[in-house]
Design a protein around this ligand. Structure first.
Ligand SMILES: [Cu+2]
Length: 115
């Protein structure tokens, strides 16, 4: 009888936890900061096109021996010249299409879509 009552209490506690899960999960997911890396290598942004959620931080990391920059077409962000292994980051808070280029090599272009 005592064992059975203990088991019953555990069941109640388990059900109470499970009932909370649907409420907790979406909130927890939104609080996790998203960080995505774009590599700069062989005179290209990899990936050249990226879709992210608002609040995502994008890190550009230069893996080339040559210096590169990351410059927003619309002037929202601009890195200094990045030497090998140096990186630059920007956090996208608003939805939109953000095109960027390396100001030293104009054929190097990329886009971040925030949606
Ligand atoms: Cu470049």
């Amino acid at each position: 009888m005592k064992l059975s009552r203990t088991y019953g209490m555990r069941q109640v506690a388990l059900h109470a936890l499970l009932a909370l899960l649907p409420v907790l999960e979406p909130a927890a997911a939104e609080q996790v900061p998203q960080v995505v890396t774009i590599e700069i290598k062989d005179f290209a942004f990899v990936p050249a096109s990226l879709a992210v959620r608002p609040g995502t931080t994008v890190i550009w990391k230069n893996l080339d021996d040559e210096a590169h920059t990351v410059v927003s077409d619309a002037g929202q962000f601009r890195s200094s010249a990045l030497d090998t292994q140096e990186s630059y980051s920007y956090t996208f808070t608003s939805a939109g299409t953000y095109r960027f280029v390396c100001s030293l090599h104009s054929h190097m272009t990329g886009v971040v879509k925030v949606e």
